[in-house]
Design a binder for this molecule. Structure first.
Ligand code: ADE
Length: 214
């Protein structure tokens, strides 16, 4: 899968995409992340990407041309594939595990990060969906894009190892929240590991885990 991210702040992604599972997913060639700097598509010598809002008001609004040309360029980089273009915005539909599963089946995702006070609404015509990660407002779409990239990448077969992803898929009705986990020591302060987990009774352990999954 290819995940291209259009952002004014590509440096924000370096740590997240190059650590732990997301790094391993790249090393295993299961995912290829591409960072596209929106500034490169800015207008004029000052590479302007934003302007004042029509109708007045505070703040700046991202102009449509840099965003749309960046999207078109990203699409053309993977022109042999159908791209799903996702605009991260607090006005979008709230992102769910079912969405992550659906997106994990795509071969090309393009995540578009909004910034500043907003983006020119005409950009919406050039994307397939608008996604919010929750009912709160962040300073931009970068953290939401990282959330989507993480949630999708871990569902690509082979990233976590077949067992875990198969287990997640087996829950048909939304989110599979695993049972609680314990490791050594058996007693920490006055807190003990549930007896059943050290019983060696595999059937009882499986029952306990099932009961404690959400
Ligand atoms: N941009 C700002 N806030 C956001 C949110 N909650 N979800 C997606 N994009 C955003």
């Amino acid at each position: 899968m290819t995940i291209q991210i259009i952002t004014l702040f590509p440096e924000m992604f370096e740590g997240v995409l190059n650590t732990s599972m997301l790094r391993k997913a790249q090393e295993k060639k299961l995912v290829d992340y591409g960072l596209i700097n929106l500034r490169d598509y800015g207008i004029g010598p000052r590479k302007q990407v934003d302007d004042t809002p029509y109708g007045g008001g505070d703040g700046m609004v991202l102009r449509p041309e840099p965003l749309v040309v960046a999207i078109e360029d990203a699409r053309s980089k993977v022109s042999n594939q159908e791209s799903e273009v996702i605009l991260l915005t607090p006005r979008g539909a709230v992102f769910t595990q079912a969405d992550a599963r659906e997106l994990a089946k795509c071969s090309s995702l393009i995540l578009v990060c909004g910034r500043y006070e907003g983006y020119d609404e005409r950009v919406a015509k050039f994307v397939n969906r608008q996604v919010s990660i929750g009912d709160y407002v962040l300073t931009g779409g970068e953290l939401p894009a990282m959330v989507v990239a993480d949630a999708v990448t871990r569902l690509i077969p082979g990233v976590l190892g077949g067992e875990t992803s198969a287990e997640l898929e087996s829950f048909s009705d939304g989110v599979a929240k695993e049972h609680p986990h314990y490791t050594r020591p058996e007693q920490f302060r006055d807190l003990k590991v549930p007896e059943v987990l050290i019983s060696g009774n595999h059937e009882a352990i499986a029952d306990w885990r099932k009961k404690h999954s959400v």
